[in-house]
Design a binder for this molecule. Structure first.
Ligand SMILES: NC(=O)c1ccc[n+]([C@@H]2O[C@H](COP(=O)([O-])OP(=O)(O)OC[C@H]3O[C@@H](n4cnc5c(N)ncnc54)[C@H](O)[C@@H]3O)[C@@H](O)[C@H]2O)c1
Ligand SMILES: [Zn+2]
Length: 405
């Protein structure tokens, strides 16, 4: 009794406590080759070999035929302290992995069959959707199995890989089922994104533009200057853009004071109220990063019209998205349903509607209501810029076609 620091005669105890967490992030060039030694120390076990289950996005293994042989060779080299509990499992990634609950049920069954526990490791190599689905299954099973993420898209490397969220979609809504869980480690490997198709390669940089607009005028200038280089996959521009983006995300999560989003504002979701709705309305034919590009363009113009964001900055932001090869407009922006996205966004967080907007580059502000007329005006401006960009594109290469899905 004496070890309790409180009087036992009280009836009310409000006790603050915090849980120390470590989020390990490594940048590598050849994670299943020369750089593997950086990752091996993460796998610990007091009882012999560390038990590992591995999930790989099938598209990644198909695009990079060396990946599986290399990974097998590394596991073989370290087999005295790494025990692969079942053969590496390739699984379909993409949004379907989050839409079809059978994917997580399949993962649950495998976790149970292999007898994983809280000191086991689940390794997932894939795009943001598969990281979310496997991460959700790992977080739920036994209330949390250690998760190591190898993001394989620019979006997942620039943003979601270091996120402390995971989820699947339900009831036709994004991320309806999910948890907060800090990953054990995240490996951003340059080689893993080298084989990405152009469309997915470009998609992730909308999140880089988003976080730069929120946090850093210098990162924003870099992206404006190098948007075309990034679209052309110039690594000297690509890697700094991914690094600064993921580090700003990581800093926000670990030092922003609200990693589990208990407060009203969710600044990293700038541009996402319409993006999530567009993903749903287009039945996920738009990638998350593409929808975010449109959502960021929209809320940037709205911020100019309503909140005083400098016009030149707003136009540079939209132009940088165009130069990145990303969409800034979709016809569904003009549908009535788009505004349902505001209520769905509010419901997901609870409380009153809180959107992050911009007063300036690097100067975010929370707003609690939307001026629908101004939002519609911003949509009209985006349509015009989009149409003009198509004209320019067709003039410079007459055989090219529209990017609109
Ligand atoms: N948890 C978070 O904090 C968070 C943050 C942002 C986004 N997200 C989620 O991330 C998802 C989007 O992730 P994404 O943009 O990475 O797309 P994605 O995971 O849907 O991948 C896009 C496509 O590329 C394939 N692919 C992945 N890597 C590849 C590679 N290296 N080579 C060839 N093909 C490859 C996938 O199989 C898929 O078909 C959305 O569901 C979004 O909600 C989560
Ligand atoms: Zn996002």
């Amino acid at each position: 009794m004496s070890s309790i620091p409180w009087s036992i005669s009280e009836d009310s105890y409000d006790v603050n406590f915090s849980v120390p967490q470590v989020l390990r992030l490594r940048f590598t060039r050849d994670c299943f080759g020369a750089d593997w030694d950086q990752i091996v120390p993460w796998f610990r076990s007091d009882t012999g070999a560390a038990r590992i289950q591995i999930w790989i996005d099938r598209a990644v293994a198909t695009a990079n035929t060396q990946l599986l042989p290399n990974l097998h060779a590394r596991l073989e080299e370290h087999r005295t302290h790494l025990e692969l509990v079942s053969p590496i499992q390739c699984i379909d990634g993409g949004e379907q992995a989050k839409n079809d609950e059978e994917t997580v049920n399949h993962i649950f069954r495998s976790i149970d069959r292999d007898g994983l526990d809280r000191r086991s490791y689940i390794v997932v190599v894939g795009g943001g959707a598969l990281l979310d689905a496997v991460g959700y299954a790992a977080a739920i099973s036994h209330r949390g199995i250690r998760l190591i993420r190898f993001p394989t898209t620019t979006l997942a490397q620039a943003d979601s890989g270091v996120g402390v969220k995971n989820a699947i979609n339900a009831f036709g809504k994004k991320n309806w089922k999910g948890t907060f869980a800090v990953p054990w480690g995240v490996v951003n490997d340059q080689g893993l994104i080298a084989h990405l198709p152009d469309r997915d390669f470009r998609a992730g940089f909308s999140e880089a533009v988003k976080v730069a607009l929120l946090k850093s005028p210098s990162a924003f200038r870099f992206l404006c200057q190098h948007a075309s280089d990034i679209a052309q996959r110039d690594w000297t521009a690509v890697m700094p853009a991914i690094r600064s983006s993921v580090l700003m995300h990581l800093h926000h999560i670990t030092h922003g004071g609200d990693p589990f989003e208990m407060q009203e504002a969710r600044p990293l979701d700038f541009g996402h109220w319409s993006a999530h709705k567009l993903e749903q309305l287009t039945q996920y034919s738009l990638r998350h990063g593409e929808a975010v590009s449109i959502g960021v363009a929209l809320d940037t113009l709205y911020s100019h019209l309503v909140l005083g964001l400098d016009r030149a900055d707003a136009m540079h932001a939209v132009q940088s998205l165009v130069n990145l090869g990303l969409p800034i407009y979709d016809p569904y922006l003009e549908s009535h349903e788009i505004f349902d996205g505001l209520e769905e966004f509010r419901q997901h967080l609870g409380g009153r509607l809180t959107l992050t907007m911009l007063r300036g580059v690097g100067s975010a502000v929370s707003v609690h209501e939307v001026d629908n007329q101004a939002m519609e005006k911003a949509v009209g401006m985006l349509r015009e810029i989009h149409e003009q960009a198509l004209v320019n594109q067709n003039q410079s290469s007459p055989s090219s076609t529209s990017q609109t899905h």
